[in-house]
Ligand binder design. Structure first.
Ligand code: IPE
Ligand code: IPE
Ligand code: MG
Length: 250
């Protein structure tokens, strides 16, 4: 199957071949710097960051990306001033209340990963409602990573596995990669093929540590609120040129 990409510069539709990544994960970074460069308070950057999500989700649906994971709040982001954390939580609530109907119409599954039990109760309720409403949709599965940390996720999985070994439900020999996958927040979701980090930082910041073993990385200097479908297309076109060997040879 061939997908058509709209190229803003030439105003022409450019065909690109198959090999669309099945799972794209994005570290939505640079909201603060986006605001700072405009002499705006940080919260305006976060607001603009939420706005940027809509078109990216639509683009994923259009080109056939099946899974989109968005890093929205890390286990380390609690270190930020309470004011900012509260604001991020209220933006999450507002986003869910405002956008879920539209996401549902667009066939999106609204999922979350991370230890959401530590989020304000209102957010947890809206997240559960959103998932219940959209879980049977057939479009892109959008997972919001909230209070998510790769290390936290691994600890959580280890504890669950140990408990099962201890009570005799499982033996140590049963522990392998597939088994661990099943105990992660991302159970049932394939590993990310492509991880995108805008804002110029080149680090993983505790995102999908287990799952990124063979992911392709793509960085850009654009701050997240300015990240457009065209940038996603650029990332995918670059991804399509990569030779993924998974440790083997061709
Ligand atoms: C990403 O933007 C949003 C969250 C981490 C919640 P930042 O707030 O990290 O923006 P910068 O890195 O300060 O520019
Ligand atoms: C990563 O961004 C987390 C999210 C985008 C949610 P940070 O801004 O928290 O990462 P560091 O602190 O620059 O590594
Ligand atoms: Mg940042």
């Amino acid at each position: 199957m061939k997908f058509k990409f709209f190229n803003k510069n030439t105003d022409k539709e450019v065909k690109i071949k198959e090999n669309i990544p099945q799972h794209v994960a994005i570290i939505m970074d640079g909201n603060g710097r986006w605001a700072k460069s405009r002499n705006l308070p940080r919260f305006m950057g976060h607001k603009a960051g939420v706005e940027a999500i809509r078109n990216i989700v639509k683009e994923c649906n259009r080109i056939g990306v099946k899974y989109l994971t968005l890093y929205a709040f890390s286990t380390e982001n609690w270190k930020r001033p309470k004011e900012e954390v509260d604001l991020l939580m209220s933006l999450l609530l507002e986003y869910l209340k405002k956008e879920v109907d539209e996401l549902h119409k667009n066939n999106v599954v609204v999922n979350s990963i991370g230890n959401i039990e530590k989020l304000p109760e209102k957010c947890q309720i809206e997240l559960k409602k959103a998932y219940e409403k959209t879980k049977n949709n057939k479009g892109v599965v959008m997972s919001l990573a909230l209070n998510y940390g790769g290390r936290d996720e691994i600890i959580y999985a280890v504890k669950k596995i140990c408990a099962r070994v201890k009570n005799g439900q499982m033996s140590i020999d049963m522990i392998d990669e597939d088994m661990i996958d099943k105990f992660l927040f991302t159970a049932g979701i394939p590993d990310p093929d492509l991880i995108i980090r805008p804002s110029g930082e080149k680090r993983i910041s505790n995102f999908l540590l287990w799952q990124c073993a063979y992911s392709e990385f793509w960085y850009s200097n654009i701050n997240w609120p300015d990240f457009s479908p065209k940038d996603l297309q650029d990332a995918i076109k670059d991804y399509q040129k990569r030779d993924r060997r998974f440790g083997g040879i061709k």
